[in-house]
Design a protein around this ligand. Structure first.
Ligand code: SAM
Ligand code: SF4
Length: 322
């Protein structure tokens, strides 16, 4: 089992398969994707070796992310490879939902178990102002299709003072009859968004207080689940999660590792650098790869240093998949 020096166990891998994104979310890529990077993203055989190695070291859940993962044409094959890997119990994807209605059937056929869709406003004008796209109705149609298929659907909403923070009620109204888990994510500072962060960051703790006062109750967590504190209410079909990376002890239950689309292991979302694994991904024998990953784990720190405004090398989360 992959364990670090603080006794944390890593059941969960976030695998980025591309840095490219077609959206221009104001907190992430306000100027759109800039093609100034190496675009030599992980190939299908490299992804297969990574998932095999992690699965043999105790990983149970893989989340495919990006950039926008649905921009990769071989996404169904990637899902299928992850799903066919022995020991992997759950394969999930995080997407902006742009291609959800067209592709959900292919992803389901490939074996996807859960879908997270990012929807930062339920107001079409605000949605456009945040993402640069007029696609809210289309994405909500994809959410309905995913729900109709019976798989687990979560919606991610990044909290922003002037874009959605004043309108939590519209989400609550939606959750009355919509059986999704809606996760409010506190905006995180990255290398590129300092000014935006200062103007827009609001804390999730205030929302939590209001939920508790309104009779929402905590959900018991599974071991491969994420850092969200989740709540349910008997009068609502949907649940609410809060992801509060600035809260005390946020990192103490960390159970995830990240691989970038360029094949680097990131021990934390906010480390100074990714640790290159590319040369270990060129042959089918995964033993050297496993040994390398296990050795790298010794460098994992107890916490991030976001409270001190240290964002490491992470310019935006599209680089690494959030
Ligand atoms: N493009 C896909 C999407 O938007 O769902 C996957 C990649 S995106 C980087 C993954 C998640 O990170 C999304 O839910 C997004 O809203 C969130 N995210 C991006 N930048 C963030 C930031 N600075 N603070 C908090 N969450 C952020
Ligand atoms: Fe693209 Fe996701 Fe970043 Fe929005 S949050 S710009 S959809 S990577």
């Amino acid at each position: 089992m992959l364990t670090d020096n603080f006794g944390r166990k890593f059941y969960y891998l976030r695998l980025s398969i591309t840095d490219v994104c077609n959206f221009r979310c104001n907190y992430c890529l306000p100027d759109g994707y800039q093609c100034d990077n190496d675009r030599n993203f992980l190939s299908l055989p490299e992804i297969t070796r990574i998932t095999k190695a992690f699965a043999q070291m105790g990983t149970e859940k893989i989340r495919i992310t990006g950039g926008e993962p649905s921009l990769r044409k071989d996404l169904p094959e990637i899902i299928a490879r992850c799903k066919q890997t022995p020991n992997i119990k759950k394969v999930a994807i995080t997407t902006n939902g742009y291609k959800l209605p067209e592709h959900i059937d292919n992803w389901l056929d490939a074996g996807i178990d859960a879908i997270n869709v990012s929807i930062d406003s339920l107001d079409p004008r605000q949605f456009h102002a945040i993402t640069g796209h007029d696609k809210l109705t289309h994405i909500l149609k994809g959410v309905d299709m995913a729900l109709a298929s019976g798989i687990q659907v979560k919606v991610n909403t990044v909290l922003m003072r002037e874009y959605n923070g004043y309108d939590i009620q519209s989400y609550l109204d939606w959750l009355k009859d919509t059986p999704v888990t809606l996760r409010f994510i506190e905006l995180m500072q990255t290398g590129d968004n300092q000014e935006f962060f200062d103007a827009q960051h609001i804390q999730g703790s205030r929302i939590k207080q209001n939920l508790m006062l309104d009779g929402w109750l905590p959900v018991i967590k599974e071991r491969a689940s994420g850092p969200a504190q989740e709540f349910y209410h008997p009068d609502y079909q949907g649940k609410i999660g809060l992801i509060m990376p600035y809260s005390k002890d946020f990192c103490s239950t960390c159970n995830r590792l990240r691989i970038s689309a360029l094949g680097k292991l990131h021990l934390c979302l906010f480390t100074e650098q990714g640790l290159d694994l590319k040369s270990y991904l060129q042959h089918d024998d995964v033993e050297p790869l496993k040994a390398r990953i296990a050795a790298m784990m010794q460098d994992k720190k107890a916490t991030h240093f976001l409270q001190e405004n240290l964002t490491g090398a992470t310019k935006n989360l599209a680089m690494l998949g959030g």
